[in-house]
Design a protein around this ligand. Sequence first.
Ligand code: HEC
Length: 152
Amino acid sequence: MLGKLRNLLIAFSLLTFVAGCSTSAEPEVINTPEVEVAAIPEEPAIPEKRTLNDGVFSEAQASAGQYVYDNSCKTCHDMRFYRGVLRSWANQPLIDFWYSILGEMPADNPGSLSDNEYTEVIAYILSENGFPAGDTELDPNNGMEQISIVAP
Ligand code: HEC
């Protein structure tokens, strides 16, 4: 009787052992570290901290932004409005300002412009508020969280 039970137990644990083997044989666990390793080389590409005074948008972006501004923003607030807005956003990352405008403006149709157009209109607003253009393009996918807003 006991011998039978023991045989049964052995058979059962053998079964679970086999089952365990077949699932752990799948490569899912092995893949995870590879993904992490692949992400590491991107780190040196992250630009250093900058502010709006460091030429964070191009001249071309600012002039393209004027077109967007005239067509989509001008009707509701004038340029003076943005001085106060930028002041209230001082020390915050420019990417947060970008997302805020993308999510809320134009107030009558939020999110209706392309990512590029939002970026260009911000370049124009910055330019009109006295911030310098530079050699690098403003890009929401590249280092904009490292750019601090400063009061105009
Ligand atoms: C239909 C009217 C309308 C249009 C068009 C419009 N806005 Fe606005 N905007 C508003 C209103 C209303 C507010 C909120 C009230 C306020 O702050 O005076 C606002 C607020 C803002 C703010 C302040 C947000 C903050 O966090 O303080 C910014 C920046 C802004 N708009 C940018 C834009 C830009 C850029 C465009 C064009 C792409 C645009 N708006 C188009 C009506 C508009």
